[in-house]
Design a protein around this ligand. Structure first.
Ligand SMILES: *Cc1c(COP(=O)(O)O)cnc(C)c1O
Length: 456
């Protein structure tokens, strides 16, 4: 069936093309972001409020309005382990869908941790080391962020302590073993090692944990120890900034391919891989009037952008973090145990939320069975097994390609294949056996969680 095709499939950049700067979209935003607020005073927070948690260099990036921020040479050097990542044209998937659309994917699964997350774990470890920090405390859901941080900690000689959501800790031992192999210490959250963890366990013994609870534990750990800083794998401005190496490379690779994307899609948990791919293209929209359509693909079971409210809320369940203006389902909302663990978060990056609120991007929510169906079709056509998270983006990209076929029009689609699914085979097995469930978004539970929104 496979006919030979002389058109180019893979677009590879030389190491010298690893970007030298990160792209800061704050410089080009047509609307002003709302500042994070101190949960006690309700006033905008300053750098000093964040100093117990983050090294100053990262706090500077968090609030910077400069368009280009230089990537330190030791960070570029570590990026060389896997960057530039390849961009592919999905000829075989196009044929399988019988679509005139051109589908391209940027593949971040080539990193040692298997996802885009090392793009920010590496600079976070670097700046911590520079600031004399010895130890990092962080959380992880399914284990992708934890393994990226453990890997980066090993590169820069930092101790890493990971609070891993209990349900994943019990059900998904392989990511834990990967983190331990890199030298990290992993505990199940809620744990007895923090005051907040002990409180949760005394109120609800056997609590399966959540990302919101694990964040509270890691923040408490970092805030109560002088030698320790906290690291977050998504949501914050500096995390999104670091991910823009993805989109900058993709821009150059699309130029090599001789076309520009009409539609750009990425999945959204906290918004970082989405921002990484799309912000450099959005910058073209803002500065040059380029007409890229940008779509966020989120799970139906945690649809913060499509069903949440745009309001100030806490980033964690223990209500320790600053208040951030974002699309939220409520800090107490615990999403159903969908297999795309990286998308089970109640909130969304404030920058992504702002762009959605003002109509600069679109969002769609997808059920997990439809996502896995797209993931399996992709694996059979292209050979790469996607992580459950980017199968949401694949679903949207494939639907766009099918719509192009039905309308009889050509279209160029670009998506972020932000990780591979080699640690998620049990989820694929469920799908293949037909036992994977779809979850409806529980409106009543969310109304309850939203009733608890802080008043500012
Ligand atoms: C963590 C993760 C996500 C979700 O986080 P974002 O910040 O929204 O990118 C999605 N996909 C993969 C592979 C991840 O590891």
């Amino acid at each position: 069936m496979a006919s030979s095709d002389s058109r180019q499939t893979k677009f590879i950049l030389d190491e010298s093309r690893i970007p030298r700067t990160w792209y800061n979209i704050a410089a080009d935003l047509p609307v002003a972001p709302s500042p994070p607020l101190h949960p006690g005073t309700g006033q905008p927070i300053g750098p000093d409020d964040l100093a117990p948690l983050f090294p100053m260099a990262l706090i500077g990036q968090e609030v910077s309005a400069e368009r280009e921020i230089e990537i330190p040479e030791p960070v570029r050097d570590a990026y060389r382990l896997y960057r530039p990542s390849p961009l592919y044209r999905a000829h075989r998937l196009e044929r399988a869908l019988d679509t005139p659309a051109h589908i391209y994917y940027k593949y971040e699964g080539v990193s040692p941790a298997g996802s885009h997350k090392p793009n920010t774990a590496i600079p976070q470890a670097f700046y911590s080391r520079e600031a004399g920090v010895r130890r990092i405390a962080t959380e992880t859901g399914a284990g992708q962020w934890g393994s990226a941080m453990a890997f980066a900690g090993a590169l820069f000689d930092l101790e890493v302590k990971v609070y891993m959501v209990r349900a994943s800790y019990d059900q998904k031992p392989y990511r834990r073993i990967l983190m331990e192999t890199y030298g990290a210490e992993v505990v199940a959250s809620p744990s007895v090692t923090t005051e907040y963890g002990r409180k949760v366990l005394s109120e609800t013994p056997g609590n399966p944990g959540s990302l919101g609870i694990a964040i509270s534990e890691a923040v408490e750990d970092a805030a109560t120890r002088d030698d320790t800083k906290y690291a977050l794998g998504s949501v914050l401005n500096h995390v999104l900034l670091h991910q823009t190496v993805v989109g900058q490379e993709a821009l150059e690779q699309m130029e090599m391919a001789g076309e520009m994307p009409d539609v750009i899609v990425a999945c959204t948990g906290g918004g970082s891989n989405f921002a990484g791919l799309t912000f450099p293209f959005l910058g073209r929209n803002f500065r040059e009037g380029a007409g890229h359509r940008i779509i966020a693909a989120e799970p139906e079971a945690a649809p913060s952008l499509t069903r949440g409210v745009y309001a100030y809320d806490f980033g964690d369940t223990g209500r320790l973090t600053p208040l951030i203006k974002m699309h939220t389902l409520g800090a107490d909302f615990i999403p159903e145990p969908i297999h795309a663990g990286g998308l089970r978060y109640h909130g969304m990056a404030p920058l992504v939320s702002l762009l959605k609120e003002h109509g600069f991007i679109e969002a769609r929510s997808i059920h997990q069975r439809a996502s896995f169906e797209a993931g399996v079709a992709f694996a059979r056509a292209e050979g790469i097994l996607p992580a459950p998270e980017p199968t949401h983006a694949l679903r949207v990209a494939m639907d766009e390609a099918i719509a192009a076929r039905e309308a009889g029009e050509s279209k160029v689609i670009l998506l972020n294949l932000c990780g591979h699914g080699h640690f998620d085979l049990a989820s694929y097995e469920r799908y293949l056996q037909g036992s994977l469930e779809d979850y409806e978004y529980p409106t009543e539970k969310v109304e309850a969680a939203l009733a608890g929104l802080p008043t500012v």
